[in-house]
Design a protein around this ligand. Structure first.
Ligand code: SF4
Length: 362
């Protein structure tokens, strides 16, 4: 929920004033795209996997009501509290009510584009609750008081020297030290203190399995797991389109997600949260926030198939050369332009994903 008063063109022009940064941003993201292509080419059945994923999502979208109820029923049976939020305000109020009930004012949060979409950090900040983003890239942009500029690589617009200076200012690292390993170790020590103090952990959700009532969270840093395992309360926040029917379908989506995102064969951690551990409380917040309207639209229904791999960002020359902050929404890039409510839909129709399954950019 980032309100920008300038147009995309104006903000892109601003980004383009630093020609070297634009070239470097463009080349770096194109390298990620090349890695994705290499990874995809090593899977002989890649196109069949994409098609299978698209068909599963078609089935989910045609039966979303039933799958959501099935998911809720199983989650409740697993001892999870399930909440429904019609929009961002309701989502934030639900999360806040849980935090207030436990009288907590310091929480840890792993990456969740849904909470970015809902403006949760800003909302909780206004309630005197400190939220620490524990994904390294997210923490970097949080320290810089910026939104993420990419859904998978939130601080891709930052150079290591700039991160060194940011850490010097906020974490007290030696000035001029921009060694990535050193900076990562400094961030780890900094975040560890917050993990140990965090009584409540918020995570996003990559997939929610209707047949079991479990959610699956994918990270490369293990930060979601550490946060949840050390916390007394876990809140998982998800858009209603994250449902998949059965656990076996993960075999398709997990193979596609990591390869499409970064060219990795698998995300380092794909963690299943099916019930709270003994003594822990677990909540899941299911959020609509305009998704039902998208579902009802023939032109835009397919955007709900998006698994947020980010491949279309890396593919898009406009995104690569205008930067994520030139968009006006939490999810930037081509898919963000389509997902965001209130934009001019006629302008958006020519984007390359629409018309076929908007997944896993070619
Ligand atoms: S639209 Fe497709 S390529 Fe873009 S983030 Fe979503 S799934 Fe990935």
């Amino acid at each position: 929920m980032y309100v920008q008063h300038k147009s995309h063109a104006q903000l892109a022009e601003q980004f383009n004033r630093d020609a070297k940064r634009v070239d470097w941003h463009d080349e770096t993201l194109w390298l990620v795209r090349i890695k994705r292509d290499r990874a995809a080419s090593q899977v002989a059945e890649w196109e069949q996997l994409r098609e299978a994923a698209s068909q599963i999502k078609n089935n989910v979208l045609s039966n979303l009501h039933d799958y959501l109820l099935q998911f809720e029923q199983h989650a409740l049976a697993n001892g999870i509290h399930v909440h429904w939020a019609a929009d961002a305000t309701e989502h934030n109020e639900i999360v806040h009510a849980i935090i207030r009930k436990h009288n907590i004012n310091h929480i840890v949060k792993s990456k969740s584009m849904l909470t970015e979409e809902c403006g949760l950090n800003e909302y909780l900040h206004g309630q005197d609750i400190e939220v620490i983003d524990t994904d390294l890239g997210e923490r970097i942009v949080q320290l810089a008081k910026e939104p993420p500029s990419h859904i998978v690589l939130p601080c891709i617009h930052w150079k290591k020297e700039e991160i060194g200076e940011l850490f010097h200012q906020h974490l007290g690292t030696p000035k001029g030290n921009a060694d990535p390993q050193f900076l990562t170790a400094a961030a780890r020590a900094h975040l560890r203190e917050h993990f140990l103090a965090g009584k409540l952990a918020i995570t996003g959700v990559n997939f929610a399995v209707a047949e079991t009532g479990e959610v699956v969270v994918c990270t490369n840093e293990g930060n979601a797991d550490l946060g949840v395992q050390l916390a007394d309360v876990h809140i998982a926040c998800m858009g209603i389109e994250k449902i998949i029917p059965q656990r076996k379908h993960l075999a398709i989506f997990l193979r596609l997600l990591a390869r499409s995102a970064t060219g990795q064969p698998i995300t380092t951690y794909s963690s299943h949260f099916q019930k709270p551990r003994e003594g822990q409380e677990m909540h899941i917040v299911l959020v609509d926030n305009g998704r039902s309207r998208r579902l009802a639209s023939d032109d835009f229904r397919n955007v709900l198939k998006c698994i947020r791999c980010g491949a279309c960002f890396n593919t898009c020359p406009v995104y690569r050369r205008s930067g994520g902050h030139s968009y006006h929404t939490a999810v930037a890039g081509p898919i963000g332009s389509i997902l965001a409510p209130g934009l001019d839909t006629i302008y958006l129709l020519p984007l390359p994903c629409v018309g076929r399954a908007p997944m896993f950019a070619r």
